[in-house]
Design a protein around this ligand. Structure first.
Ligand SMILES: C[S@@+](CC[C@H](N)C(=O)[O-])C[C@H]1O[C@@H](n2cnc3c(N)ncnc32)[C@H](O)[C@@H]1O
Length: 266
């Protein structure tokens, strides 16, 4: 087969809003064919079954990460299994802000693929972390990623918030989208990503659980750093002040309230 034919066939199979760069990434991950191979229209050997599978999945709008098995986050490629939330670019801001704070120990609530926790461990080699994830496939994915990046000895993976332990940092990108907003959420999220990763019964209750836990498990100078959406911001602010937390919000590049940093002292 010719590399250009591979590119053109996958381009036609994907929806028009998928950028060419995504198709190039796809053929590189799945078939080991580079953009230069396409430009030079090299002869390539492509597994027929894999070729048909990718065309089918693209036609069904299956997210790129579930086709390749990877998603890039904070400069690294993380394994992502179907059934595990795909880490998002905007969550990199959470990691960036966390790394400005001093910490040795941290807890990541709702770790998903482990992208946040493992990025923190790699960027802060002296740190130790606990990753809390309710989904079994999420725990498995975090374990694979921890092994891939050789941080498994510094990361405990658990299914519920641990009774013991004090943390300098409690971080989370929890499920925070209210079911009232179901219609507004992208089709591919609703069709393919785990709903419990996105829609909680009550978003404010999730934040309340994290903050209540933080009252007894955050070290005195520690920080709670949360990804939020603008519409929960005022409820969260009330909740935080009722529990005695100082509160600060950072906007994302689109000027939406996105990251909330809480502390016990100003
Ligand atoms: C929005 S996803 C974030 C995943 C990952 N931290 C990231 O940013 O890519 C929320 C995660 O929280 C997990 N989760 C939901 N409810 C939970 C609970 N009660 N305890 C632990 N994890 C939970 C979901 O399974 C999902 O993996």
């Amino acid at each position: 087969m010719k590399a250009l034919d591979l590119f053109k066939t996958l381009r036609r199979s994907a929806s028009s809003d998928v950028p060419d760069s995504t198709i190039y990434n796809l053929i590189s991950y799945v078939f080991g064919v580079s953009k230069i191979d396409v430009a030079l229209d090299k002869d390539i050997i492509v597994d027929e079954g894999e070729f048909r599978r990718v065309i089918y999945l693209l036609g069904e709008n299956v997210p790129f990460a579930y086709i390749t098995g990877y998603e890039a986050f904070y400069g690294r490629d993380f394994y992502v299994l179907p059934g595990v939330f795909i880490p998002r670019n905007e969550t990199e801001l959470l990691v960036e802000l966390a790394l400005k704070e001093p910490f040795n120990s941290f807890l990541d609530f709702g770790t998903g693929s482990g992208a946040i926790a493992i990025s923190l461990l790699l960027e802060n080699p002296k740190s130790q972390g606990v990753a809390v994830e309710i989904s079994h496939v999420g725990q498995l994915c975090t374990k694979y990623n921890a092994e891939k990046f050789e941080v498994q000895n510094r990361l405990a993976i658990v299914s519920t918030l641990p009774e013991n332990g004090m943390f300098d940092l409690i971080i989370s990108n929890p499920p925070y989208v209210a079911y009232e907003l179901f219609e507004e959420v992208d089709y591919s999220v609703k069709a393919f990503e785990p709903l419990q990763a996105v829609f909680p019964e009550d978003p404010v209750l999730v934040f309340r659980d994290i903050l209540t836990y933080s009252l007894s498990h955050l070290s005195d100078a520690g920080r709670v750093i949360l990804e939020i959406d603008s519409y929960v911001e005022s409820d969260l602010q009330k909740l935080a002040s009722s529990l005695g937390f100082y509160y600060q919000v950072t906007k994302d590049l689109s000027q939406f309230d996105r990251i909330c940093i809480l502390s016990r002292s100003s």
